[in-house]
Unconditional design. Structure first.
Length: 298
């Protein structure tokens, strides 16, 4: 079962549904950041939502950034994606380990915290990016995104996000969002609410080897649901480079860069999104400093 996104229309076009299987992406993130089980569940849920939201972007240069900052031990999680979608993420404290909650599940809510904010930035080529911010309501992430859609985008959206972790890593990960169109009837919305309740967790459905089409049928109760788009190019991929890191060194200023050259003679930078290391020797640091001096004279 490969990672993919599928978009559907249910009840004769009155209900929009987007389903995603993100198992490999979340497992890649777990390996890259050496995430604990609860950190895997938290970051995996946000990566899944980023992929779903990223699939709505239109332009090749469009970018979406999600920042979830709570008062729990995980700290801040930042995830960015583009329209392909290719996604990457960073987390403050990847090794957090907490006891299971009272339901015997990973306690994502306590790891995130119940106070803080969810911040969404959409850069879609306009003069200024769209920025939406919403307080955390539970720390369970799916509920927090549902609140964001309601308050910031005025959409009543059902959100489900799940990551199933076992001793070998990520067993299944995925999610869905369901958004009624303005012409959806109360009866159709009621059918969906009942179907969601009966369907159970998205991660369990994926673990039962249900296809995204089967899941969409189950969570809507519409056997005649229509597939309108599918995307199988999902990937956890970082676009860092030595050039970007050189720009980061230049941004610290001439004085700080001079101190590094005189005291250390070299520098090593680590990308927060993929943990790749970039080494700069003394000659390369001098070149960055010289370019700063040249720009200043011009």
């Amino acid at each position: 079962m490969q990672d993919e996104i599928k978009k559907f229309l249910a009840y004769n076009g009155k209900i929009s549904v987007v389903c995603a299987n993100t198992t490999k992406i979340v497992e890649d993130a777990r390996n890259i950041h050496d995430l604990s089980p609860v950190a895997t569940a938290a970051m995996g849920r946000i990566l899944t939502m980023a992929v779903i939201m990223g699939s709505e972007l239109k332009g090749s240069k469009d970018k979406l950034t999600i920042q979830l900052k709570g008062d729990g031990p995980l700290g801040t999680i930042i995830v960015t994606t583009n329209s392909i979608p290719k996604v990457k993420g960073a987390i403050s404290n990847p090794y957090v380990d907490l006891p299971l909650n009272e339901d015997g599940k990973l306690d994502v809510g306590s790891a995130i915290g119940r106070a803080g904010y969810l911040n969404i930035v959409k850069d879609i080529g306009l003069k200024d990016p769209y920025v939406g911010i919403c307080p955390i309501v539970s720390g369970e992430i799916a509920e927090d995104f549902a609140e964001y859609f309601s308050k910031s985008e005025q959409k009543n959206t059902a959100v489900a996000l799940g990551v199933l972790v076992d001793k070998d890593g990520v067993r299944r990960a995925g999610g869905y969002i369901i958004t009624p169109m303005p012409d959806a009837t109360d009866e159709e919305i009621s059918k969906i609410e009942q179907a969601i309740f009966k369907a159970g967790a998205i991660s369990k459905m994926l673990d039962n080897n249900m296809s995204l089409l089967d899941i969409a049928r189950k969570i809507t109760g519409d056997e005649n649901i229509q597939v309108i788009e599918e995307n199988k190019k999902l990937a956890y991929e970082c676009d860092c480079s030595k050039e970007h890191m050189a720009d980061a060194l230049a941004s610290i200023g001439k004085d700080e860069l001079t101190n590094i050259i005189e005291e250390d003679g070299e520098a090593e930078l680590i990308c927060h999104f993929c943990n790749k290391k970039y080494h700069f020797n003394q000659r390369e640091l001098f070149e960055i400093l010289e370019e700063l001096n040249l720009n200043e004279r011009n």
